[in-house]
Design a protein around this ligand. Structure first.
Ligand code: HEM
Length: 414
């Protein structure tokens, strides 16, 4: 299978490709000429996907696959599309204990339980604490600025609120929060040489986090409190998580809820500062549509994957049982069939049926309302406290296979 318009060897999960940009021009060509396209990967880079995967790039096809778990399974791993020197088969096996990598009916059971912690009421109950936290973060960032007024927006602002939100949600005491943050960072920075995170360090961090969460669960079982841990584990039985299941759930939250929201916030700030008309509009009118557009624009999760459970057809291609399917949310979120002027950052865009939180199937992001609330609160605080922020350099991008990450964004206060 070949596509004459594509540069030879295009692989949208290559971290080198994502270091610095999302491959929008290539995605646009794929959507037009080969919307479901076989991306070959060189042997050794990926050892478990038969040398490649189908890149699904149109909005409609990403939704189709996401909503048919019986045809497209999550069990063989959802997040790791590349199998490289850092990720072993053993790690893939362990990851099957995370709900993101489960299929119904197992997934349905776990999802029904954990959903109790993410109701609109649960999110509302965090709002006041997160609002004050957002204000404090912005004030501390201003105080950290050097004599020229510059500071790094990522470390000073974007990292803080998502971490605090998860810690607040699961009731982690203040004094333990820095450790959670450190573990979750070590688990996702594999591909970026700057962090020098080895497989051992990443795996060790994951085990420490799981151990911590299991201890927390055991303590709440003994002595329930008014937090989500108590609600999920308080009594053993069908309607509750075991301590192990809770440990893996916290592991998922630490990755899924942290880096994603952090990057949405960093990309959002960069988008505002490079589109001053939108920043002015935001400061004046605070449109309630802004946070969704920030997520569409950023699409922090570039792609997740599925595995075909039987021979089938997709976008005119014959898919074989066992084939890997890469769902490219970044591409779907720029599909002109669905979005008018997709390359325009427009915070009043409405409707905005972006797939930044997934394609709407059973795995649709559990933390969406919380993420949207965090984005709203941080930009409200920024617009009130630091309305004259300017860019003080180009963003430095994270080298990663599936995450559209910014690791440094220098900004300046007036
Ligand atoms: C699942 C994106 C924030 C918890 C997902 C999925 C995506 C996603 C793409 C997979 C959907 C699918 O496979 O169909 C994002 C983005 C976020 C964000 C872009 C921020 C802007 C959060 C937060 C939390 C969270 C704040 C929790 C604190 C989860 C969980 C799942 C998930 C638990 C797995 C759900 C399941 O398997 O049923 N997210 N997420 N996410 N997300 Fe998020």
């Amino acid at each position: 299978m070949s596509c004459p318009h594509l540069s030879e060897g295009f692989d949208a999960t290559d971290p080198d490709l994502l270091q610095g940009r999302v491959p929008h021009p290539e995605f646009a060509r794929l959507r037009r000429t080969a919307p479901v396209w076989w991306c070959a990967q060189p042997p050794g880079v990926t050892g478990f996907a038969d040398g490649g995967y189908w890149a699904v790039t149109r909005h409609a096809d990403v939704k189709y696959v996401s909503t048919r778990p019986e045809l497209f399974s999550s069990h063989e791993n959802t997040a790791v599309i590349r199998f490289n020197e850092h990720i072993t088969r053993d790690q893939i096996e362990v990851q099957k204990l995370i709900m993101l990598n489960m299929d119904p009916p197992e997934h349905t059971r776990v999802r029904q339980i954990v959903q109790r912690g993410f109701t609109p009421r649960a999110v509302r109950s965090l709002e006041n604490a997160l609002r004050s936290r957002a204000r404090a973060v912005v004030e501390e960032a201003r105080a950290s600025a050097g004599p020229d007024g510059a500071f790094d927006f990522v470390t000073r602002v974007a990292v803080e609120l998502p971490l605090q939100a998860i810690a607040e949600l699961i009731g982690v005491p203040q004094e333990d929060r820095a450790r959670i943050f450190d573990w979750s960072n070590k688990m996702v920075a594999y591909d970026d040489p700057e962090y020098a995170i080895t497989e051992e360090i990443g795996a060790e961090a994951a085990m420490e986090l799981i151990g911590y969460a299991m201890n927390l669960a055991a303590a709440r079982k003994q002595c329930p409190a008014q937090d989500i841990v108590s609600r999920l584990v308080a009594a053993e039985g069908e309607g509750n998580l075991s301590s192990d299941e809770f440990g893996f759930f916290v592991l998922l939250l630490a990755v899924a809820g942290n880096e994603t929201t952090r990057n949405a916030i960093s990309h959002g700030m960069h988008a505002f500062l490079t589109h001053p008309d939108q920043w002015e509009l935001y400061k004046r009118e605070r449109p309630s549509t802004a946070a969704e557009e920030i997520v569409r624009w950023a699409t922090p999760v570039v792609s997740f994957q599925r595995t075909a459970t039987e021979d089938t057809e997709l976008g005119g291609q014959k898919i074989r049982k066992g084939d890997r399917i890469g769902l490219f949310y970044s591409s779907a979120n720029n599909d002109p069939e669905v979005f008018e002027n997709p390359e325009t950052f427009d915070i009043t865009r409405d409707p905005n049926p972006h797939l930044g939180f997934g394609g709407g199937g059973p795995h649709f992001c559990l933390g969406k309302s919380l993420a949207i609330k965090e984005i709203e609160l941080i930009f409200e605080a920024l617009a009130d406290e630091l309305p004259d922020l300017t860019l003080a350099g180009d963003p430095r991008r994270l080298r990663a296979a599936w995450l559209n990450g910014i690791k440094e964004l220098q900004v300046r206060v007036a």
